[in-house]
Design a protein around this ligand. Structure first.
Ligand SMILES: [Fe+2]
Length: 290
């Protein structure tokens, strides 16, 4: 029997406290006239977040020769866009770095999976000349946020989901939809709307498994969606915290062509090799973000 979607959304009504500043900062940064002073004032109100931003800015990841001691200093050094993606990563960690039982993910696996997808998304954005690689990082990071909301329901209905996959030969996502009445991407999109995420992120969360189904008039940034779908696929292929649904995946390879990436064996092999070379950066981010 399908579960009442309103019941799920009600439970997810309250935005995890630490996302508030991230969304506020994100909205401020959409205003091109925002000042460094105003921005650092808003971030500074959240002292725990400020301390984490400064700690991360001073990590080996950035390798600055001089210690960064203020948020103003951090903004001047890393820039608005990178700051925004860094804040989303910091505020996501406590939610993503937990055991996600329904998807068979031990503590830390969804976090590593999300950081991997974020790093791959940023890399794909860079090689395809997408205008905002940091935006791609954040979208890749948050695309599976719906799993946080429904993993308990998936756990309870797991046997039915697997039975359906085996008997009807459908993907995990389709089985979620049939058994629960919604998938993690659908519920993630609805929760993103409730939490007032930027629309461009909501679109990606909602359609990251089904880019072909989107109405181009409705979606804000189809290039970003193509990037995240390919990054998600590469994350699965490279095996970072794939969980139970990873092996039953519907890949839409037309997204590669849409990004101008040729679907040939040498090109795909080179792409996978590039991604594998990003593992040091992923390891460093997974451990340095607090
Ligand atoms: Fe997903």
């Amino acid at each position: 029997m399908a579960i009442d979607i309103n019941e799920i959304l009600k439970k997810a009504e309250n935005l995890p406290h630490n996302f508030h500043t991230a969304i506020k900062v994100s909205k401020m940064l959409d205003d091109f006239n925002v000042s460094i002073s105003k921005l650092s004032e808003v971030i500074g109100v959240d002292q725990a977040l400020s301390a984490k931003v400064l700690k991360h800015c001073n990590s080996a990841q950035y390798g600055f020769s001089r210690k960064i001691t203020t948020i103003k200093d951090a903004i001047a050094k890393i820039g608005f866009k990178t700051l925004k993606s860094m804040i989303f990563a910091i505020v996501s960690k406590s939610s993503f770095n937990q055991e996600i039982k329904g998807y068979g993910l031990a503590k830390g696996e969804l976090w590593r999976n999300s950081i991997s997808c974020a790093v791959y998304s940023r890399y794909l954005a860079e090689i395809t000349c997408y205008s905002d690689p940091d935006q791609a990082f954040t979208a890749g990071l948050l695309r599976d946020i719906g799993k946080l909301v429904i993993h308990e329901y998936v756990k309870n209905e797991y046997d039915k989901i697997i039975y359906l996959i085996e008997t009807e030969n459908i993907s995990f996502l389709d089985a979620e939809e049939k058994i629960l009445g919604f998938s993690h991407s659908k519920i993630g999109g609805l929760v993103g709307e409730k939490w007032k995420f930027p629309k461009v992120l909501i679109d990606v969360i909602k359609y990251h498994h089904t880019p072909l189904t989107v109405d181009l008039k409705e979606i804000e940034d189809i290039n970003l969606l193509n990037i995240i779908h390919v990054a998600d696929l590469l994350t699965i292929m490279l095996g970072y915290g794939i969980g139970r649904d990873g092996m039953l995946y519907n890949a839409d390879l037309s997204c590669l062509a849409n990004l101008g990436i040729e679907l040939s064996e040498p090109i795909v092999e080179a792409l996978i090799s590039d991604m594998a070379n990003l593992s040091t950066e992923i390891d460093s981010l997974v451990s340095s973000i607090e």
